[in-house]
Design a protein around this ligand. Structure first.
Ligand code: GS8
Length: 220
């Protein structure tokens, strides 16, 4: 049976990006649907009635919600190539642990930088972002990827955030490359992979989107 795969997404979402990258790495063809989050489609509301958020993967009519759960599902269902989760249970647990930290610290820290107009909160956001990125630099150590020799779960979860770094830097007036050069080396390596580069938007486009949102909500 041909698999019917549809992704409800929103182009600047770092959560959607990880699903796009996972599907690309696995070579899964799918229909991409860009949602208007101010006017959510009846399909999104039906498929994710609890959170009403993108991304949602609809596989043969059945929804899977929450981006990191979707990536794990993709890895389990399309298990013929490009394994994403580590095979060792301990390493798998560690990868999941770090995913939670990234989605808390990096997301919240970033939000404090671009959303706030207050200096102190912005400084706090910068410290949080740099802090977690430095911890991740320690975690990657001398490996080319968090997944080891190949892109893995943690790489896929983290890479979408890179498209927001330019907005963080432009709005927060600091340089991630100066503070965390190893992370930027890792970004460059990831972008060499077409499944990654073709799945991500231009960082400048994300920054324009953030500036437009700020203006719309009277935040600068
Ligand atoms: C987060 C998804 C999310 O925040 C995941 O999938 O990992 N934990 C979830 N989606 C946002 C867009 S990206 O910031 C969303 O759909 N927001 C719509 C809303 O809150 O109404």
């Amino acid at each position: 049976m041909a698999e019917e795969v549809k992704l409800l997404d929103f182009w600047p979402s770092m959560f959607g990006m990880r699903v796009r990258v996972a599907l690309a790495l696995k070579g899964v063809p799918y229909e991409y649907v860009d949602e208007d989050l101010r006017n959510k489609s009846p399909l999104l509301l039906e498929m994710n009635p609890i959170h009403k958020k993108i991304p949602v993967l609809i596989h043969n009519g059945k929804p899977i919600c929450e981006s990191s759960i979707i990536v794990q599902y993709i890895d389990e269902f399309w298990n013929h190539k490009a394994p994403l989760l580590p095979s060792d249970p301990y390493e798998r647990a560690q990868a999941r642990f770090w995913v939670n930290i990234i989605d808390k610290k990096l997301f919240d820290g970033g939000r404090k930088i671009y959303w706030t107009s207050k200096g102190e909160e912005q400084e706090e956001g910068k410290k949080e972002v740099i802090g977690i990125l430095k911890q991740l630099e320690e975690l990657i150590g001398e490996k080319p990827y968090f997944g080891g020799e190949c892109l893995g779960f943690l790489d896929i979860v983290l890479i979408g955030y890179y498209t927001w770094f330019y907005a963080y830097e432009a709005i927060g007036n600091f340089s991630i490359e100066a503070e965390c050069p190893k992370i930027m080396d890792w970004v460059k390596k990831c972008l060499q992979n077409e499944s990654v580069s073709k799945s991500l938007p231009e960082p400048k486009k994300v920054c324009e989107f953030v500036l437009q949102m700020k203006k719309k909500y009277g935040l600068g």
